[in-house]
Design a protein around this ligand. Structure first.
Ligand code: 5GP
Length: 186
């Protein structure tokens, strides 16, 4: 997938950029245990619907779901954002047509909250479908980059405003398969 070949290297190169290891798979796993415990405390009797935002959140979702020991459902959604000249931008939302969300407890599963545009738009869209509740979990949050106020109910790691890859997140389509998370080298 990239020139480094070694999936556990402390420094890697993907195309023109160099990255350093930032959060290990082991630490990510510990954090997901915490998130899973809180979800169980809050939602184990609510039969929640997890909506996983593709593509980046697929690994987080897979790890999280296997730690949940209560009945729940999962679906995938795709959200494409277009950052034009407007700071607000626009998004297109693609959801399976046959899922019923009325009166359901929804948990949005995200890889990273950056500007907050994606999640703010998606939340508004879901509100119109009259769910009982909408909550958010994201394995990564960049508070300094938020342009929209976003409350993450089940947060993972708060990180600085630097580009990251690995653990589902890509650069030029590459790096999603790295078990650890890497940060752009300063
Ligand atoms: P937002 O709408 O919050 O600005 O953007 C969220 C989306 O931008 C994420 O779901 C992710 O796809 C992408 N993104 C934001 N920051 C990063 C980053 O540091 N690395 C990668 N690979 N993607 C990012």
């Amino acid at each position: 997938m990239n020139e480094h070949g070694n999936m556990n290297a402390t420094e890697i190169q993907i195309d023109d950029l160099q990255f350093v290891r930032y959060i290990t798979a082991e630490n990510i796993d510990r954090k997901i245990n915490e998130i899973a415990r809180k979800l169980r405390d809050d939602l184990s009797d609510k039969y929640p619907m997890f909506l996983v935002v593709m593509n980046g959140a697929f690994i987080f979702a897979a790890d999280l779901m296997r730690k949940l020991d209560f009945p729940c459902e999962l679906n995938f959604v795709r959200i494409k954002s277009y950052q034009g000249t407007q700071s607000t931008g626009n998004v297109d939302i693609f959801m399976p047509p046959d899922i019923q969300l009325r009166d359901r407890y929804i948990v949005i599963v995200e890889d990273i909250i950056d500007t907050g545009l994606t999640i703010t738009s998606f939340r508004k869209y879901l509100q119109n479908l009259h769910p009982a509740d909408i909550r958010l979990t994201s394995i990564l949050i960049k508070p300094e980059a938020h342009l929209h106020p976003v409350h993450t109910d089940y947060p993972g790691f708060s990180i600085p405003d630097l580009f990251v890859v690995g653990y589902g997140l890509d650069y030029n389509g590459k790096g999603r398969n790295l078990p650890d998370l890497y940060q752009l080298k300063a």
